[in-house]
Design a protein around this ligand. Structure first.
Ligand code: GDP
Ligand code: FO1
Ligand code: CA
Length: 317
């Protein structure tokens, strides 16, 4: 069975670890969000690709959900001693090796997809990890300025430094118009037996992937069933601040609100057991919906969610 999943960072990575366990013989392709990418201290950082790669490769900081296990911060301390900005984003020593390899390979002319493949040679994530595009796309957030105007900041500055507490007026995907899908992306969607939308941030993780030229159309046209899992339980994200970006684009912060955002693509949608009340509304939008436990408290729970998603895919096929 060929499974293709679109992926952001922590939510997707934890789900994919469960998927690998639930479908050990499946051929899994992961299309990763690269709109979170940022250049810091001259280094190209790809947080979502790295989160998936480290989580599936056994190198993740489990508590934090991102970054390397057994991390130290000597370089960050030295940078801070120089007053080298930004000080609000910390790169760990081990993690920096990844960014050095990536940056060096990009400078040598390799596309991000080839770089990602090279990094995965080490980590052996057990899935084929493709960036959504080899072209640079950056999520920017438009916020109010001091003098009554607005200004755009990089998504990471808004998310990490401002903790998404400053109301975002707009979310802009800089570079998206010129971005084409990375090699293999459209084929992975077209050739899949199942397409999955893991519990990722619908606006800044899944949104940018679908916004790359041709990707949303490919998912809509896929012969495979498309099944998603809600990142929202009740009226709040399980972790992070996805509610802030949903409000910005005017979508209700609920499992049904997120399903509505993808209703043209979805054949099936999973909501948490405590969200039975939303099932009817989702089904009215033409999407088969089931309520199952959606808390990824451990790998077993994530595997059960993945099994439920594959089950629903088989039922709607
Ligand atoms: P990020 O790039 O690190 O923010 O990760 P993603 O975009 O892949 O996923 C973030 C989303 O995952 C958030 O909106 C969370 O609510 C959701 N999430 C995290 N853990 C869980 C969980 O255990 N269950 C569900 N249903 N959603 C989760
Ligand atoms: N998140 C933070 O809140 N603070 C950090 O200093 C930080 C550093 C960092 C370094 C590498 C990496 O891959 C991820 C990192 N994150 C950090 C997580 C992160 O960038 C965001 O949570 C996601 O991009 C949001 O999706
Ligand atoms: Ca992300």
């Amino acid at each position: 069975m060929r499974i293709t999943a679109l992926a952001g960072g922590v939510g997707a990575a934890r789900f994919l670890r469960g998927l690998r366990r639930a479908a050990p013989d499946a051929d899994i392709t992961v299309i990763g969000n690269t709109a979170d990418d940022i250049t810091l201290h001259g280094l190209h950082v790809s947080p979502d690709l790295d989160t998936v790669m480290y989580t599936l490769g056994g190198g993740i900081d489990e508590q934090q959900g991102w970054g390397r296990a057994d991390e130290t911060h000597s370089v960050a301390e030295e940078l801070a001693a120089y007053g080298a900005h930004p000080l609000w984003f910390t790169l760990g020593d081990r993690d920096i090796a990844t960014h050095l390899v990536r940056t060096q390979m990009l400078a040598a002319g390799y596309p991000l997809s080839a770089v990602t493949e090279a990094l995965c040679d080490r980590w052996q994530p057990g899935v084929r990890l493709l960036p959504m595009s080899d072209d640079r796309v950056e999520t920017h957030v438009v916020i109010p300025d001091d003098d009554g105007q607005t200004r755009a900041v990089h998504f990471q500055e808004w998310w990490v430094r401002m903790r998404a507490a400053v109301p975002a007026e707009r979310i802009v995907l800089a570079g998206i118009d010129a971005a084409t899908p990375a090699p293999g992306v459209l084929d992975a969607v077209a050739d899949a037996d199942v397409v999955l939308l893991p519990p990722s941030n619908p606006v800044v993780s899944i949104g940018p992937i679908l916004a790359v030229a041709g990707v949303r159309d490919a998912v809509a046209a896929a012969r495979a069933p498309v099944v998603g899992l809600s990142p929202i339980i009740g009226d709040a994200p399980v972790r992070g601040m996805a509610d802030a970006v949903l409000r910005t684009i005017g979508v209700e912060v609920s499992p049904a609100g997120v399903a509505g955002l993808f209703a043209d693509l979805l054949d099936g949608w999973l909501v948490d057991s405590t969200d039975e009340a939303y099932v009817a509304a989702v089904e009215e939008a033409g999407v088969r919906c089931r309520a199952v436990p959606l808390w990824m408290r451990d790998v077993e729970a994530a595997a059960a969610m993945a099994a439920a998603a594959l089950d629903l895919a088989a039922a709607v096929r």
